[in-house]
Ligand binder design. Structure first.
Ligand code: 2P0
Length: 351
């Protein structure tokens, strides 16, 4: 008897680094945020997840499986299951409409995924990871869905993942529907609109972070007074200013909003009870280094931002590469050691 066919599709997904941060859920089950957010997609040459999805009736295990960076990974979590369910149901609809299609939706799925950067070190690995998973299975199932439609599924895996379905400058609109059907990613501008944007990633620690984003943000929502001001006043204003800065390619404004929003996010973490500290002494040295660079330049040519970990991302424009990257190492070298590695990345489109 002939071996049953193995169906397979591969894809990559990029990392995105938010300049207006997502922090807080209004619905943990559907993964709906308390505020909109905006990010820059980084080049896949530097940071990406590569994922292959396959399915076959010959797979002996009846269950779906995931190998992440060479090790079996748990997929029984509600979020991963929600993604698989949504993708299968879309495939089932295609199969119901066309009886000649193979019944892929009934076969077990095998997912193999690899990051080329430290997992869960505050480098948005879950964003690239879930975006790649959703796209790989969508390709395998030959779904006709647009990136925005797929972002609705990726969001259920990890909020920030919805922004990794697009390249360039991407907003996640929080939406206001209870079912989450309008909480999706939206392209603000292609990378080609402002291709001079660069990001320097400074890895202070590649260790797994202490407080996961999911539980950290739940604690913030439950206990921080400052958080209420952040979601009602600070973020709506920052979203507006940031979209204008991107449209106008106004780096000084882009940088100020980026740094203020990062500061505001970490202030709400410190205002959480008990407090959450993601930044450390090495992170704070990076903030001072950026301030020195901007002082020396007599204008704002660099912007720091920190996610749920101590690593620093510095945005700058290509023309200022020597001033920013060169000075950064000089200042950091003399002030504090501790950076494990760094890489410069381009803002990018998804091909
Ligand atoms: C962001 N972060 O906008 C913010 C900034 C961390 C700080 O999105 O619970 O892993 O999976 O929806 O997306 C990290 O949170 O959280 C994050 P879940 P996620 O990039």
């Amino acid at each position: 008897m002939a071996e049953a066919k193995v169906y397979r599709a591969s894809t990559t997904a990029p990392v995105n680094i938010a300049v207006v941060k997502y922090w807080g859920k209004r619905d943990a089950k559907l993964n709906l945020p308390t505020n909109s957010s905006l990010s820059v997609t980084l080049s896949q040459a530097d940071l990406r997840t590569l994922t292959t999805a396959s399915c076959s009736s010959s797979y002996s295990a009846t269950e779906d499986s995931l190998i992440l960076n060479g090790s079996p990974s748990d997929i029984t979590g509600a979020r991963t299951q929600a993604c698989f369910r949504a993708l299968r149901s879309r495939r089932s609809a295609l199969e119901a409409a066309d009886a000649s299609l193979p019944k892929l939706s009934a076969m077990p799925l095998r997912i193999v995924s690899e990051n080329n950067f430290p997992t869960a070190a505050g480098l948005a690995s879950s964003a690239a990871g879930f975006a790649a998973l959703v796209r790989a299975v969508a390709n395998l199932y030959e779904l006709p869905d647009s990136p925005a439609e797929l972002s609705l599924i990726a969001r259920q895996g990890s909020g920030s993942a919805c922004r990794s379905l697009f390249g360039g400058y991407v907003a996640w609109r929080m939406g206001d529907k209870e079912d989450g059907s309008d909480s999706l990613a939206d392209l603000v501008a292609e990378a080609s609109h402002w291709p001079e944007m660069r990001a320097l990633i400074l890895v202070a620690s590649a260790a797994k972070k202490g407080v996961s984003s999911t539980s950290g943000m739940q604690q913030t929502v439950a206990t921080s007074g400052l958080f209420k001001q952040r979601i009602t006043e600070v973020v709506p204003k920052n979203m507006e200013l940031m979209e204008k800065a991107v449209q106008a390619k106004d780096f000084a404004s882009f940088a100020e909003v980026t740094m203020r929003d990062s500061n505001s996010f970490h202030a709400t973490c410190a205002d959480t009870y008990p407090p959450i500290f993601y930044m450390n002494d090495v992170s704070r040295a990076a903030v001072r280094a950026v301030e020195k660079i901007n002082e020396a330049a007599g204008q704002t040519i660099a912007a720091y931002t920190f996610d749920a970990g101590p690593n620093c991302v510095v945005y700058y424009l290509e023309k200022d590469e020597a001033a920013v990257v060169g000075t950064f190492y000089k200042v950091l070298g003399s002030e504090v050691g501790g950076w494990k590695e760094s890489a410069a990345a381009h803002a990018t489109d998804i091909s």
